[in-house]
Design a protein around this ligand. Structure first.
Ligand SMILES: *[C@@H]1O[C@H](CO)[C@@H](O)[C@H](O)[C@H]1NC(C)=O
Ligand SMILES: *[C@@H]1O[C@H](CO)[C@@H](O)[C@H](O)[C@H]1NC(C)=O
Ligand SMILES: *[C@@H]1O[C@H](CO)[C@@H](O)[C@H](O)[C@H]1NC(C)=O
Ligand SMILES: *[C@@H]1O[C@H](CO)[C@@H](O)[C@H](O)[C@H]1NC(C)=O
Ligand SMILES: *[C@@H]1O[C@H](CO)[C@@H](O)[C@H](O)[C@H]1NC(C)=O
Ligand SMILES: *[C@@H]1O[C@H](CO)[C@@H](O)[C@H](O)[C@H]1NC(C)=O
Ligand SMILES: *[C@@H]1O[C@H](CO)[C@@H](O)[C@H](O)[C@H]1NC(C)=O
Ligand SMILES: *[C@@H]1O[C@H](CO)[C@@H](O)[C@H](O)[C@H]1NC(C)=O
Ligand SMILES: *[C@@H]1O[C@H](CO)[C@@H](O)[C@H](O)[C@H]1NC(C)=O
Ligand SMILES: *[C@@H]1O[C@H](CO)[C@@H](O)[C@H](O)[C@H]1NC(C)=O
Ligand SMILES: *[C@@H]1O[C@H](CO)[C@@H](O)[C@H](O)[C@H]1NC(C)=O
Ligand SMILES: *[C@@H]1O[C@H](CO)[C@@H](O)[C@H](O)[C@H]1NC(C)=O
Length: 599
């Protein structure tokens, strides 16, 4: 049910790509593309994959030509390249197209008129979806860089979210295990009993005390078989959500579900509950490629459908919805997403509000965070994903350090942009699942790195939605997740999220040696994190590779809190120092220090 695996494999290369259509043009829809040419395209792609030295490929009738020019023995972008040319040129009004990356790979396709005819089977028409390069993680204008100069400290403060929550979600979500199942031997199938096995751990007192009450099901719980009103159902082979909701509420937990915008296309002939409106009459014509059809949000009936859905899900006991594939944001992921489906966010928000239930809305993924959209998400959602998936796809561990560096840097950019808005923050960041619960060989990073992850997810006031296998937590995992130190910091940052203050300048740039401050609160309490993220692994935002132990020195002036003495207590070690000028931590690669400050 998800194409996330596909995405991540391609994003590793990260070269900026350009495609361009050329040749004479035709009117999309006036002709069809032939099966024979499509077959040639697939055969040629396989040949290029098998033989990187092969430059040309064409069919026997000479209708379709393809060329690749690999660079440095590298043609790893060929799949997205040819798919882009097909979708956005050959099936969309142009006979040719090229695609190139700035690392020198180059791809070309040309279709002769023999590829088009009235008896072809593949319709040509303009893409209903967003024409956005498939390898591009940078959507125009969506991720502006913050002004690096932070100036005097402006303490960040949160306010209640759109649906009235005052802190981020805490609990567990199934995607971590679904994405890397080899981490979790006891998990064979995403079904009710395996979910209960995980979530029942949250009912233990130490987890309950820390507020981990959410049991959240990711993609795969639902089916495209709809009810009489076109509403989304659970897959009854795997789940009974009414029963699961009762069970979870019975042990004082909450239930979360995952969904994407739109409606299963199979619902086209159903009538929206309480109306005489056919679903097929209020769609916009785009199938997003996941067998979901997009709504025309200007039409009567669309909000009523969302209302009826939340009524049904509410009757099962749904307390949280993760709404994925929201655009702008959600970089290309195998689905044919429209460029702007943000209206879905408002529709879900309104449906929740009118249901009267306390339901959290989590928006996903890597949402556009410019001045057009940050205010919109902030109005309607409880939390927003700030980055791509953090999962270590294809491996037998949950996470890799490169993704952690990337996640932390995305938070830095996000929070600095929030700060520039100069208003109370009414949405919490979702830095993706929290992977600190299991031993290093299962988590994928060292114990030192696990502590650094926890410090940052806490300070960011990020959702603390655990992705680890809860049935094999180790002692450090339990301590990080449930200790009173974590609880106190989480409570503090939920009101006063942390912001970067570069050692030596107080600015907010990405740096290998970094400092952050949360607060101070009026009660003259603050938290500081000092960190050495280790050498850049490609997406950290900095480009240094300082090896070994580093002195990380931060002055009260850098932090923006000079003018009085502060007692710095090392949260995990317990020792303290009174600081009037500056403080130095000696930090090895990946190490961070969490300091609790009192004046
Ligand atoms: C790969 O392609 C090159 C260039 O067309 C050709 O010379 C070579 O024989 C091909 N190798 C294989 C194994 O097909
Ligand atoms: C399909 O149409 C083309 C002309 O566009 C014609 O030459 C060809 O014979 C047709 N093929 C079939 C199977 O009808
Ligand atoms: C394209 O093919 C479909 C059937 O797959 C047919 O209904 C349609 O009329 C064709 N369109 C053109 C322009 O030939
Ligand atoms: C934000 O990004 C979107 C999507 O690219 C764009 O349409 C919009 O103009 C941008 N807004 C600003 C203020 O840059
Ligand atoms: C869930 O899958 C497990 C295998 O991991 C199986 O033993 C169990 O019966 C399944 N439970 C349900 C409710 O289908
Ligand atoms: C329910 O899940 C099972 C197991 O993954 C799958 O085979 C089946 O097709 C699904 N049913 C529906 C209606 O989606
Ligand atoms: C809707 O009904 C029409 C007419 O009965 C039928 O042709 C079409 O396949 C149906 N669509 C769906 C999605 O069931
Ligand atoms: C995106 O959709 C929203 C509706 O949610 C609308 O208000 C906004 O104007 C749209 N933005 C653009 C750039 O089309
Ligand atoms: C991980 O290491 C622990 C010891 O710390 C060991 O008991 C366990 O078997 C190892 N697990 C894997 C998957 O290697
Ligand atoms: C955090 O806040 C919650 C809710 O106010 C409270 O129950 C809990 O005791 C606090 N935790 C700590 C460690 O202060
Ligand atoms: C805690 O003790 C260590 C080791 O002596 C020292 O390096 C560090 O600065 C101390 N931290 C604080 C906050 O006093
Ligand atoms: C700092 O504060 C802690 C907790 O209030 C206290 O135990 C400790 O003695 C203080 N340290 C110093 C150096 O004053």
């Amino acid at each position: 049910m998800t194409f996330k695996l596909f995405i991540v494999l391609f994003m590793v290369t990260n070269a900026a790509a350009q495609w361009q259509c050329g040749g004479t043009t035709y009117t999309p829809g006036s002709v069809n593309f032939t099966t024979e040419c499509m077959q040639t395209a697939q055969n040629c792609i396989s040949q290029f994959a098998a033989n990187i030295s092969q430059e040309y490929c064409q069919d026997t009738t000479g209708n379709l030509y393809m060329q690749q020019i690999p660079s440095n023995g590298n043609n790893n972008d060929y799949t997205s390249a040819f798919q882009d040319i097909l979708d956005f040129c050959l099936l969309d009004g142009s006979y040719t197209g090229t695609w190139a990356t700035d690392d020198g790979q180059w791809f070309w396709m040309a279709a002769g008129s023999g590829c088009y005819s009235s008896n072809g089977t593949i319709p040509t028409n303009g893409p209903g979806f967003c024409v956005q390069d498939r390898t591009d993680t940078v959507i125009n204008g969506c991720y502006p860089q913050p002004d690096p100069n932070s100036g005097a400290l402006q303490v960040l403060k949160t306010g209640p979210t759109g649906n009235g929550f005052t802190g981020p979600a805490r609990g567990w979500n199934s995607w971590g295990i679904q994405a890397t199942p080899a981490t979790t031997p006891s998990w064979q199938v995403f079904n009710q009993s395996n979910v209960i096995k995980q979530c029942s751990v949250l009912a233990q007192p130490e987890f309950k005390q820390m507020g981990y009450d959410l049991c959240s099901l990711d993609a795969g719980w639902s089916t495209n078989v709809v009810d009489e009103y076109g509403r989304i159902q659970y897959n009854s082979t795997l789940f009974d959500l009414g029963e699961l909701g009762d069970y979870l509420h019975g042990i004082d937990l909450k239930m979360g579900v995952y969904i994407i915008p739109g409606v299963p296309c199979s619902a086209a002939n159903r009538t929206i509950q309480g109306t005489d409106i056919l679903i097929g009459d209020v769609l916009n014509g785009n199938n997003n490629g996941e067998d979901f059809c997009d709504w025309d949000f200007s039409k009567d009936g669309v909000q009523q459908w969302h209302d009826s859905l939340i009524e049904l899900w509410g009757s099962w006991g749904v307390d949280m919805i993760k709404l994925d594939f929201i655009t702008p944001g959600s970089p290309y992921n195998g689905a044919n997403l429209v460029c702007n489906n943000s209206a879905a966010v408002e529709a879900y928000h309104n449906a929740i509000a009118q249901s009267g239930r306390q339901i959290r809305l989590d928006l996903s993924w890597k949402l556009c965070r410019n001045e057009t959209y940050l205010p919109l998400w902030s109005k309607f959602g409880e939390s927003m994903r700030t980055d791509q998936d953090i999962d270590n796809y294809g491996e037998d561990t949950f996470v890799a350090w490169q993704e952690v560096q990337r996640a932390i840097d995305n938070y830095r950019q996000y929070i600095s942009l929030q700060k520039q808005r100069g208003v109370a923050i009414t949405i919490y960041p979702d830095m993706d699942n929290l992977f600190v619960g299991n031993a290093a060989n299962v988590t994928g990073v060292s114990d030192t790195q696990r502590i650094t992850i926890m410090n940052h997810w806490l300070g960011a006031a990020a959702n603390l939605v655990i992705g680890s296998d809860l049935t094999q937590l180790d002692a450090l995992g339990i301590q990080l997740l449930t200790s009173s130190q974590s609880g106190a910091f989480a409570n503090f940052s939920a009101q006063y999220p942390m912001q970067p203050r570069n050692p030596g300048s107080g600015n907010n740039l990405a740096q290998q040696l970094q400092a952050w401050i949360a607060g101070p609160s009026q009660e003259t309490e603050a938290y500081v994190i000092l960190a050495n993220y280790g050498p850049d692994q490609g997406a950290s935002g900095f480009d240094t590779s300082l090896a070994g132990v580093q002195a990380v020195t931060v002055s009260l002036n850098d932090l923006g809190i000079s003018g009085q003495a502060w007692n710095f207590t090392d949260v995990w070690n317990g020792n303290s120092t009174v600081v009037t000028g500056s403080f130095t931590a000696y930090l090895n690669e990946y190490e961070s220090q969490l300091l609790h400050l009192k004046s």
